[in-house]
Design a protein around this ligand. Structure first.
Ligand code: FES
Length: 123
């Protein structure tokens, strides 16, 4: 039987391997992974976020997943919560959009307005 310490170490290694970070101090990137999100391509979007954060060695951001976000027609949906708690909802996400969001929103603090739910609804 493993001790609590050993289990914690295993958990930490598994999360690192998955690229999911437990950092909650900085930006939180939450990817909707309900069935509709996965069908629309949420998995490669999440992978792109993790790869881009790793590539740029960004430590103040975490990637997590959630279930139903409530708007199937706009999936894949990603919410970015900044360190002050402000939430931006990005819709119809792609891997390319994920790369730009990391560069502009996470690194420079500029919301990519043209990918947001508000912008999409005005179309
Ligand atoms: S089932 Fe699609 S957003 Fe909830």
């Amino acid at each position: 039987m493993k001790s609590i310490t050993e289990l914690e170490e295993l958990r930490k290694k598994a999360l690192e391997k998955m690229g999911v970070r437990a950092n909650t101090d900085g930006y939180r990137i939450v990817v909707g992974m309900a069935t509709c999100g996965i069908a629309a391509g949420a998995r490669p979007v999440m992978n792109s976020f993790m790869e881009e954060l790793q590539k740029r060695e960004i430590k103040n951001a975490s990637v997590t997943m959630t279930g139903c976000v409530g708007v199937c027609r706009l999936e894949p949906i990603v919410e970015v919560i900044d360190p002050s708690g402000n939430k931006t909802t990005y819709v119809k996400m792609t891997s390319e959009k994920a790369v730009r969001i990391v560069a502009e929103h996470i690194v420079n603090g500029r919301v990519c307005l043209d990918y947001t739910i508000g912008y999409e609804d005005k179309k």
